[in-house]
Ligand binder design. Structure first.
Ligand code: FE
Length: 334
């Protein structure tokens, strides 16, 4: 009896150690950004990380279609709007983890614990210092006032980044006020919206307009290639008396799938990604900010200066995203 129990235990532990040796990730974050990270994880833990990369839409559709049969343990993507949607569609499971609770600030993770921000992207103002006087720039809202007539460039409203920004403005000001604000932006546009952040910045540098709204890592990439462009970063909404004060931030992040076959390994991978050694690997390679506030950003990023983040939970961007899309459409923001 005793012997057979031992045999059973031995079989189970072999089975567990075989399945424990891997974790499967569906990632909407580029292969070049995640591969070095997963290689470091495997080197440190011996756990193999298998991953598939695609755009978030197809990956979520795949998770849904595969249902219980999905091989995916972790879903990794950019933008809280996408993470919120994965959670709303029942693709993720809540994770209780003291490590994640301690490492990731409250505003950068799902209150229901289904996803966690792992890097922070700040959506801020980039301007042409030869055309904008010091003190002229103040807030996102101010860009809707007539003093910016024909001076503003924007990326298209079709991108989730601007949808999330407008969703957060709805959270703060309500729909009516926000619609007025977005109409003000549209009225101030120097030209049609651009397909991406980089083209909008190039227009500012070329003198077509004076200011635009971008994620800082695009600024970092552009300036690395063309350091002499007349472009600079401004951190808006730093009047901290306002309860929704701060620069609009978003995350890239991850959650454990509802039908994960390796849920413990998946949790351990997320915990590792939130840890000191992984946070720099995760954020620096894309010139983002570590989500863990104990970790410093890479020098080129910290050189852009300190700023207060908006501390409203990024999940609100997901909840209000559909409203934001309709509002931008009504306001004529293409
Ligand atoms: Fe991006």
């Amino acid at each position: 009896m005793r012997k057979s129990l031992a045999a059973v235990v031995a079989v189970i532990s072999v089975a567990t150690s075989v399945s424990a040796a891997e974790v499967v990730v569906y990632s909407a974050r580029n292969e070049q950004l995640i591969k070095p990270l997963f290689e470091a994880y495997t080197k440190e833990t011996g756990v193999e990380v298998k991953f598939v990369t695609d755009k978030e839409g197809p990956l979520m559709a795949r998770l849904k279609a595969e249902g219980k049969n999905t091989p995916a343990d972790v879903f990794l993507t950019v933008d809280a709007g996408n993470l919120w949607q994965a959670s709303a569609e029942g693709l993720l499971r809540p994770i209780d983890s003291k490590v994640l609770a301690a490492n990731i600030p409250a505003h950068l993770k799902d209150p229901g614990k289904e996803w966690f921000g792992l890097s922070v992207r700040a959506r801020t103002l980039v301007y042409n210092p030869t055309k904008v006087a010091p003190g002229e720039l103040t807030t996102y809202e101010d860009l809707a006032t007539p003093k910016w007539k024909n001076r503003l460039c924007l990326r298209t409203s079709k991108k989730v980044y601007n949808q999330s920004l407008v969703a957060m403005l709805i959270w703060e000001h309500g729909e009516e006020q926000t619609e007025k604000l977005v109409r003000g932006w549209v009225a101030n546009l120097a030209t049609e919206p651009f397909p991406d952040d980089t083209k909008a910045m190039e227009a500012v540098a070329a003198g077509l307009c004076d200011v635009t709204l971008v994620n800082t890592y695009y600024f970092g990439r552009l300036m690395a290639k063309k350091p002499n462009l007349p472009l600079a970063i401004f951190w808006p909404n730093q009047n901290l008396k306002n309860k929704a004060a701060g620069v609009h931030v978003n995350v890239s992040g991850a959650g454990v799938t509802k039908y994960a076959k390796h849920p413990n390994e998946a949790r351990q991978l997320l915990e590792w990604l939130s840890s000191e050694k992984a946070q720099n690997l995760y954020a620096d390679v894309n010139l983002e900010y570590p989500a863990n506030p104990a970790i410093k950003s890479v020098a080129v990023v910290s050189d852009w200066g300190k700023f207060q983040q908006n501390l409203i939970n990024v999940a609100e961007a997901g909840k209000l995203q559909a409203k934001a899309v309709m509002l931008m459409d009504r306001a004529g923001y293409k």
